[in-house]
Design a protein. Sequence first.
Length: 119
Amino acid sequence: QVRLVESGGGLVQPGGSLRLSCAASGNIFTIYAMDWYRQAPGKQRELVAGSGSGGSTNVGDSVQGRFTISRDNAKNTVNLQMNSLKPEDTAVYYCYADLLGTYGRQKYWGQGTQVTVSS
């Protein structure tokens, strides 16, 4: 059974920083993509930042220059460093993985972690 477990969310003031972490566990052979998405109330889930198995990374336009994604393939973890946070960054942040496990190649989601940016 593959699980994605996120941590690191919370309440922060505008301009502050948070670091989200996601760890994948279970019978995993290869992780192709390990990304962060977010969903704000009343809005669709959107891709925030992504990482490929070969080390490639990308971040969305709305967080460019403020958020950084990093991945540790040996530990099956991905982190999202969020700086200069704005109220519009408030959302539930989800970890996503496209991976090959015992049951073949499948996509998995974490349970989500709340990030609230407010004074």
